[in-house]
Write a protein that binds this ligand. Structure first.
Ligand code: NAD
Length: 298
């Protein structure tokens, strides 16, 4: 298939690489010329704009920082819609709000194009390994149509329902994650302050009802889990600012739905405090530093 790919950042670059590896022809565009060059070196064709990247392709994938970027890449004069005929499907894998997805889908539909939301989980490791989970929002027919493309970049391609529900799944999952991480950080710090060996406490939690991914795979207490960012100075994981962005999406969507998110709003303030203190680029599990200010937080 001939595919246009726009947004070659930490996630987009390895995803586009996997499309090439699967034998697709890929036209790439990014504002960062170096990112484009790396993909060209791997066999992609460079385009001078989103419009050019979308010209002559059967499908377009966007992987951009936030909603404003997605909207502008779609609708700008030199954007995707200006470059494609009717019938070409646009897959957006960025994490953005469901309302923007619906607005983009309406704009695309007026041009005779389908816009599918397909945000991902699995992080940069999953993007490189081609094992991402895609949460797809759109009609059953659109899902079937995009599945072969997404399968080159992910292992688990899930149809979540109508347009926007992929993003709903993504932000609800990260709402749980932001809250559970803060909860584990709080409990581990309290245990330490009360004098229990953190290793013993971690072991108890991980074989008891407090067990969760934040405790057994990604424990925020340094030195408990060798492969977790907490054991390497909170580097190379899922950034605090990205978690903050996702909790912002959850609280905004909650406002729209008139639905309370008590714990999500509180968790958002914890990560915001971390960001204010200059820890926005650290892994989000560094939130434990809020509880261990006078101790060695690793
Ligand atoms: P990133 O900032 O590394 O990459 C974004 C890329 O988009 C950059 O290369 C930037 O130059 C490019 N870009 C921005 N505006 C553009 C425009 N107008 N035209 C063309 N290119 C443009 O971000 P990322 O980590 O790759 O994340 C991308 C999306 O995936 C985000 O929405 C993020 O929330 C989501 N996500 C990230 C992770 C992760 O672990 N990094 C995991 C899951 C989901």
């Amino acid at each position: 298939m001939k595919i246009g790919f726009i947004g070659l950042g930490n996630m987009g670059a390895p995803m586009a690489l996997n499309l090439l590896k699967a034998g697709h022809t890929v036209n790439v565009f990014d504002l960062n010329a170096q990112a484009v060059q790396s993909l060209v070196d791997a066999g992609a064709s460079a385009a001078a704009s989103a419009k050019a990247a979308a010209s002559g392709v059967e499908c377009v994938v966007t992987m951009l920082p936030a909603a404003a970027h997605v909207r502008s890449v779609l609708t700008a004069e030199d954007g995707v819609l200006a470059g494609i005929p009717k019938g070409v499907t646009i897959i957006d894998s960025s994490t953005i709000d469901p309302a923007t997805v619906k607005a983009c889908a309406e704009i695309a539909a007026k041009h005779g194009n389908t816009f599918v939301d397909a945000p991902v989980s699995g992080g940069t490791g999953g993007a490189a390994a081609g094992t991402l989970t895609f949460m797809v929002g759109g009609s059953a027919a659109s899902y079937e149509h995009v599945k072969p493309v997404l399968s080159a970049m992910g292992k688990n391609i899930v149809h979540c329902g109508d347009t926007g529900t992929g993003q709903v799944a993504k932000i609800c999952n990260n709402l749980v994650l932001g809250i559970t991480m803060a909860g584990v950080a709080e409990a581990m710090s309290l245990g330490e302050a009360l004098g229990i060996d953190p290793k013993v406490l971690g072991g108890i939690i991980n074989t008891s009802t407090g067990r969760c991914w934040s405790s057994d795979t990604y424990n925020p207490f340094p030195g408990l889990i060798e492969t977790a960012p907490s054991s390497r100075g909170y580097t190379g994981g899922f950034g605090t600012d990205l978690m903050l962005k996702d909790l912002g999406l959850a609280t905004d969507a909650a406002k729209f739905a008139r639905q309370p998110v008590y714990l999500g709003a509180l968790a958002q303030q914890l990560y915001q405090t971390m960001s204010m203190r200059g820890a926005g680029r650290l892994d989000f599990s560094a939130v434990i530093k809020l509880y261990r200010t006078d101790r060695d937080a690793g």
